[in-house]
Design a protein around this ligand. Structure first.
Ligand SMILES: Nc1ncnc2c1ncn2[C@@H]1O[C@H](COP(=O)(O)OP(=O)(O)OP(=O)(O)O)[C@@H](O)[C@H]1O
Ligand SMILES: Cc1ncc(C[n+]2csc(CCOP(=O)(O)O)c2C)c(N)n1
Ligand SMILES: [Mg+2]
Length: 331
């Protein structure tokens, strides 16, 4: 017989929320925070940048891989990456979630600590200003994030120009390698390469670098579904051809080589770490284009070039790169 005494279900919505919300820190821009019918937030501009992202248990995450803390951190990080990709500074987030009859209050509070840790590390000026708690058959986490631009223009996917440099801030391939380590039949590998597993569980996107780069970038997006897919989205939106070179990407793959070899030695399946770099998602790094004449902003590394106008073509070493990656509905 399961013991439900320590579950969110047993405690009830009001008490469960009271304890979880107590974990969140407040910031000055929140005029009315969690507790009323809606929150009220002060912005430094008349425009608001809004994004949302949903994570569903057993589709986007597994509770045997991720702790509540991990999921809170990841939910914040992935939403902040979308704001940063617009060049926006994060201000306020809401967290709507479905928990199950067996979700413990300890898990919920661990999740809340993960949300706050994500903000502490990536956007200390932002606050969790509200949310919703419902119950259902599996855990669902839906975060909405709101940001501001000050006097800047938003950085769209559609602004890349012929001649621009294509550059990345943050890591590539590590989160996908981490997921394969977690899924590997030899469980000792996830411990041996815990640095890559950590990127999968708690991605660390370069939020501040993205906001800074927003002043110069002609286009930007976060790499959530795969480099190949997301470069393709940028190329299509901008109507340009982008040329990448494996030489510029080899450093991202090299650090994952040992993990690939260890996995292969245990199951005999050949792996090329470049596949994680090109076709793996979830590092939430920032991919941007910059005018050729300007120096690249701090933290950005050139991986390719915009070579001309087209309906949106991506070439890798001169060959068309197929836009393979994560599809959140059909994967
Ligand atoms: N249900 C929906 N209603 C309206 N617009 C939607 C809906 N779902 C997605 N969109 C829009 O479609 C676009 C692509 O969505 P998607 O979630 O792939 O964005 P993304 O930046 O690639 O996400 P992420 O970085 O979280 O992977 C976004 O502009 C998003 O707002
Ligand atoms: C158990 C488990 N199964 C699959 C995955 C892979 N995965 C989930 S979401 C996503 C892309 C970003 O999503 P979104 O576009 O919604 O931000 C990817 C590649 C995982 N991490 N854990
Ligand atoms: Mg995005």
């Amino acid at each position: 017989m399961e013991n439900f005494d320590d579950t969110v279900f047993a405690l009830g919505e009001v008490e469960a929320l009271k304890r979880a919300v107590a974990i969140f820190k407040t910031v000055p821009s929140t005029l009315v925070g969690s507790g009323d019918d809606a929150a009220v937030v002060a912005l430094n501009d008349h425009r608001m940048v809004v994004t949302t992202d949903t994570m569903v248990e057993n589709h986007d995450f597994r509770t045997d891989f991720s702790t509540g803390f991990d999921l809170g951190f990841k939910a914040v990080a992935s939403n902040l990456a979308d704001l940063a990709a617009m060049g926006a500074t994060p201000v306020a987030l809401t967290v709507a979630m479905v928990v199950t009859k067996t979700t413990t209050q300890m898990w919920l509070e661990d999740f809340a600590r993960g949300l706050q840790a994500g903000l502490d590390q990536l956007a200390p000026t932002a606050e969790i200003v509200g949310g919703d708690l419902a119950s259902g058959e599996q855990i669902v986490i839906a975060v909405a994030a709101h940001g501001q631009l000050g006097d800047r223009q938003p950085v769209l996917r559609s602004g890349a120009k012929s001649g621009d440099i294509v550059a990345v801030a943050g890591t590539l391939g590590r989160a996908a390698c981490g997921l394969d380590l977690l899924l590997h039949k030899d469980q000792s590998l996830a411990k041996a390469y815990d640095e890559w597993v950590a990127v999968q569980l708690r991605p660390n996107p370069p939020i501040q670098l993205g906001v800074e780069a927003g002043a110069l970038a002609t286009a930007m997006l976060d790499v959530s579904d795969s480099l190949a897919l997301d470069v393709n989205r940028l190329a299509k939106a901008s109507g340009v051809t982008i040329e990448l070179s494996t030489g510029k990407l080899s450093g991202y793959a090299a650090v994952l080589e040992l993990a690939a070899q260890s996995m292969t030695s245990r199951d005999g399946m050949e792996r090329d770490p470049m596949d994680w770099v090109l076709f793996g998602g979830e590092d939430h790094s920032l991919l941007a284009t910059f005018p050729e004449s300007a120096a690249l902003p701090r933290g950005f590394k050139a991986i390719g070039k915009v070579v001309g106008e087209s309906a949106g073509l991506v070439l890798l070493d001169g060959q068309e790169l197929s836009p393979k990656g994560w599809d959140s509905v059909s994967s």
